[in-house]
Structures are given as structure tokens and as C-alpha cells.
Design a protein around this ligand. Structure first.
Ligand code: ATP
Ligand code: BUA
Length: 363
């Protein structure tokens, strides 16, 4: 059979998004949703491997797509060791680290493992592209202010790199000619200065920067320390308050910006204040990243699900348009970004990186 298709696997906490591409053309796309009951029985994310693998293989069968038609398989990469961005071949060492969760557990740790599982059976290559552990920081950006704690690069690298490439293409420029600030506004928020294609700084989307639909972002540290030692909360409860029950969820009981917009339209003053505060913090972070680029900013990009909200984007625009022109790419398409990453390699525009050559392995 003619091997023409690329299988894309993007495992999330509540779904596994799958797609098949023929070159740039999306042949088919599906979101396989997982009920909480189905996932709760597993002790860890990697234990979900067989379960998610079978769902993907059954879906391919139902759609009449033979695995023998696949040219390559690509998965969303996870919390690996800090690494430069790019498209990576999935190697045994990478699989070992994805299984261990070297920087923690994340549903995307399964992406590379599932991709390699399917690719090996077909004797083809498996890849990951721009995982959340992409780290291209300037050294100065790692210093936190407390010697025991380092600033970490954990971010929506896949979409940030993808929209940066998209804007460069649309401007008919090379990415390495541009200085951009990209704000991915999703369930979590990453605001990154992209200097000639390199993400030289970013708020750690899990625990720093602006608050988001369900995360607190940065907090006054003294008050947080007091809360941690108040005896009222366990470590797990505090972690959930920071990520999961923070941000819009903490103040308004929902992580859905559409619901918040309805509340505001119905005259809810608290909802208006909180939503504006989120815009205010995002705008401040964008301006902070402009200083990282010494004010030499060609363009600001707003992307992610929240950037569908005109209310929010207009608020941000009003505060930061003095810095540079703003382009909005609502949503983002991670499946397309994964496919494009592999195509860049298959078409010889980029070389696939080898994980163990790019990261520091000291264990
Ligand atoms: N049409 C819309 N108008 C306003 N807000 C929207 C719209 N569509 C999605 N959102 C909001 O976008 C947010 C989710 O964004 P997104 O889908 O990018 O997040 P995610 O994929 O769950 O998480 P992440 O981007 O952190 O990986 C939610 O608050 C959601 O309500
Ligand atoms: C760690 C940042 C990416 C995410 O929120 O999933």
C-alpha cells in the first residue's frame, strides 16, 4: 500500500485528539473523549497506554484507515527534560523519560509513547514536536530571586511556535528576521517573547504570570506561605487551588469565558471586574516581555481559546497596541502544528533532532 498518511496523536486530560493528514490536507479528525470513570481506574498516566492505544486503533479501523497507509506517526510531546524546540525523533531514551515523567505527569507524556508503539509495528518513524518542556531561555531568565528555586520554561510551545511560523509566512518573512510576543490564552496562559524564532523567556504557564481560566498564575508569596502553613490545607489541596481551582474558577466558579461573558452581559459587576483583571494581567505580562526584547517588537500575537473573546482581546489591545501591531489567531490548531512539524522534516526543510543529543542527562 502507498504510504501517504501521517497519524497525529494529541493526548489531553479528558480526550485524545487524533487526526490523519495526507501532506497538508486534513483527511479526518476526531476527539475521543474519556469519561472520568474510565481514567480514574488507572494509577498513573502511563498506565493508560493500552486503553488509549486500543481506542486509537479501533477508530482507525472504523474509519477504514489501514496502519499500513501510514508514512509517519507524531505525538504531542510532554514534560521531558528542558530541550530546544523543534521536531524530534522518538528514541528509546525519550520513551524512558516520558514513562518516568522527568518533569512531572502530563497527559501529553503519552503522545510519544503511543506514536512509537504504532510506528514500530509498521517499521516507520515516530516524532514529537515542540513539547511543553521546550526551553530556549537566556540564562538571565532562569534566576528567580531565591537560590533554591529556578525559573522554569513550561509553556504552550507547540501553538506558540506554530502561530509564529504562520505569521512569518503571512508576512513573507523568515521567522529569524522577527521579534514577536506571543500570548497563548487557553485554560492556562503562556506569554512568550519569541526572539528571531527562539523563546527566550516565558511565564511558567502552570504557576506564574497572569491568572487564567483555572490557574492562579503568580501570587503574593508571603500570603501564600502563610496559607500553606495555616494547617487548613494539605499540599494537594494547595496545588489544586493554584492549578485547577484558581483564576476564573476560584472567583466565579467557572472556567468557561463564554459563561463569564453572559454573566457580564447580565450586569454582574464582579464578573466584569475579574474578567478585566485577567486582561489587565495579560497586558502587563505582554509589556514586560517587550522589555525583554528591548522594545524592538515587530508584532504581538494573541491565540488560544480565550482569544475568541472580543471583550478580552479589545481590553488587551487597548493596553498594549502602543507596543506593536496585534494579530489574533483564535484557538490554534495543535493537530495541524504537529503535522507541519513532521512535514518540515520529511520535506528536508528541517532536520529531526535527537533527544539525547539536545538535553542534559546527568542520571
Ligand atoms: N468562542 C469563544 N469565546 C470566548 N471564549 C472561548 C471561546 N471558545 C473557547 N473559549 C474559552 O477558551 C478557554 C479555553 O481555551 P483552550 O481551548 O485554548 O484551552 P485548553 O486547550 O483546554 O487548554 P490549554 O490551551 O491551556 O492547553 C476557556 O475559558 C473557554 O471558555
Ligand atoms: C505546561 C503548559 C502547557 C499546559 O498548560 O498544558
Amino acid at each position: 500500500m502507498d504510504r501517504k498518511n501521517i497519524l497525529v496523536i494529541n493526548p489531553g486530560s479528558t480526550s485524545t485528539k487524533v487526526a490523519v493528514f495526507n501532506n497538508k490536507e486534513k483527511v479526518i479528525l476526531n476527539s475521543i473523549d474519556h469519561k472520568p470513570d474510565d481514567l480514574e481506574k488507572f494509577n498513573s498516566i502511563v498506565d493508560q497506554y493500552e486503553y488509549r492505544l486500543n481506542l486509537i486503533l479501533n477508530w482507525l479501523k472504523e474509519e477504514g484507515i489501514e496502519t499500513s497507509s501510514l508514512r509517519a506517526v507524531v505525538g504531542r510531546g510532554g514534560l521531558l527534560r528542558p530541550m530546544p524546540g523543534g521536531t524530534y525523533l522518538v528514541t528509546e531514551k525519550m520513551i524512558e523519560d516520558l514513562r518516568k515523567g522527568v518533569q512531572g505527569e502530563h497527559a501529553s507524556n503519552l503522545g510519544g509513547i503511543l506514536a512509537k508503539g504504532i510506528a514500530d509495528k509498521e517499521g516507520i518513524k515516530a516524532y514529537i514536536v515542540d513539547p511543553v518542556a521546550v526551553d530556549e531561555f537566556d540564562e538571565v531568565a532562569r534566576i528567580s530571586g531565591m537560590p533554591e528555586i529556578k525559573r522554569k520554561s513550561l509553556l504552550h510551545a507547540l501553538n506558540i511556535k506554530a502561530v509564529s511560523h504562520r505569521l512569518a509566512d503571512e508576512l513573507n518573512k523568515e521567522l529569524k528576521e522577527l521579534n514577536l510576543i506571543v500570548a497563548h490564552l487557553g485554560g492556562g496562559i503562556s506569554v512568550a517573547p519569541v526572539k528571531k524564532g527562539r523563546i527566550v523567556d516565558v511565564n511558567n504557564a502552570n504557576e506564574m504570570g497572569p491568572f487564567s481560566p483555572e490557574r492562579t498564575g503568580s501570587l503574593p508569596v508571603g500570603d501564600l506561605a502563610k496559607m500553606c502553613f495555616s494547617g487548613k490545607y494539605t499540599y494537594k489541596e494547595i496545588k489544586t487551588k493554584i492549578k485547577g481551582k484558581g483564576g476564573l474558577v476560584g472567583y466565579l466558579g467557572t472556567n468557561d469565558a463564554r459563561e463569564v461573558t453572559k454573566m457580564i452581559e447580565n450586569g454582574d459587576k464582579k464578573a466584569k471586574l475579574i474578567f478585566e483583571a485577567m486582561g489587565y494581567q495579560i497586558a502587563k505580562e505582554i509589556a514586560a516581555m517587550a522589555t525583554v526584547l528591548n522594545g524592538d517588537v515587530n508584532h504581538i500575537i494573541l491565540t488560544g481559546g480565550l482569544s475568541y473573546s472580543k471583550l478580552l482581546t479589545e481590553y488587551i489591545k487597548d493596553m498594549v497596541e502602543f507596543i506593536a501591531q496585534i494579530t489574533i489567531y483564535p484557538g490554534g490548531d495543535e493537530q495541524e502544528a504537529l503535522n507541519n512539524g513532521v512535514l518540515r522534516v520529511l520535506e528536508g526543510k528541517e532536520e529531526a533532532k535527537i533527544y539525547e543529543n539536545e538535553v542534559k542527562i546527568d542520571d
